[in-house]
Write a protein that binds this ligand. Structure first.
Ligand code: HPA
Length: 238
């Protein structure tokens, strides 16, 4: 890394277990324990980007059991300033369809029982972070510009509702989320976004819609997910 150039990282989600390529990567440890996967570095044009695979390389870590703090502290320790979080979501609002990308602008946190903060015990440096805008506006703009350059349709905005999982929602839970103003629903943006902010890193989500949420689609959810164009979109994101 040279001078003040920003160091990027990608936290890759479901369906992206091989995103970091074939190298073994570096196994690191943090005060919160080990991250979900070794830290890999990928080359995009002339940028070197760190990659962590959120659900583990064998895709065996469910959303509620991910060590979000370890993942983000490992990236911070590696000198990362900007984190792009790739995740899959279900669409509640009919403006969003499977196969489309979204860079959400807001979130509502419905998760519970996760390690939600780096301030997990009495701590002299406790900071009540400003979380008015949970996703970094500058990084959101960069993602939207990149999607536009790649001529990939990408929604600018929307509210990401973060549910606990690992099960999907009931139809009436989705009705409630809709009344709350949620557009897309996923399981991993929290506490990831908040811990990134606590660590002073820019953070934004690039969310891939893989299904219509429970009760919103014409097909069974898993059929919707299988039919979605995850592989093609993954190529487009590269
Ligand atoms: N709900 C919650 N998380 C998800 C969904 C969903 O419908 N699809 C992909 N991740």
């Amino acid at each position: 890394m040279t001078g003040s150039r920003q160091q990027f990282a990608i936290i890759a989600g479901s369906g992206f277990a091989k995103f970091g390529g074939d190298s073994a990567g570096e196994s690191v440890n943090t005060r919160f324990g080990a991250p979900s996967s070794p830290l890999k570095q990928l080359q995009f044009a002339n940028h070197s980007v760190y990659v962590i695979v959120r659900h583990g390389e064998d895709h065996d870590i469910p959303p509620h059991a991910i060590n979000y703090a370890a993942n983000l502290v490992a990236l911070k320790d590696a000198g990362v300033d900007r984190v792009i979080a790739i995740n899959t979501v279900g669409a509640i609002s009919r403006e969003y369809r499977p196969g489309q990308l979204v860079v959400p602008e807001q979130l509502i946190d419905y998760t519970w029982g996760r390690v939600h903060s780096i301030y997990y015990e009495p701590c002299a440096t406790l900071d009540h972070i400003d979380f008015t805008d949970p996703f970094s506006p500058g990084l959101r703009s960069m993602l939207l510009e990149a999607a536009s350059r790649a001529e990939t349709e990408c929604h600018d905005g929307g509210v990401y509702g973060v549910t606990q999982g690992p099960r999907l929602e009931t139809m009436r839970e989705v009705d409630k989320l809709e009344r709350d103003g949620v557009d897309i629903v996923g399981m991993t943006a929290m506490p990831e976004a908040a811990i990134a902010r606590e660590l002073g890193m820019d953070y934004a989500c690039l969310s891939l819609v893989v299904n219509m949420a429970a009760g919103r689609g014409d097909k069974a959810i898993h059929e919707d997910i299988e039919d979605s164009t995850m592989t093609a979109k993954m190529q487009a994101m590269r």
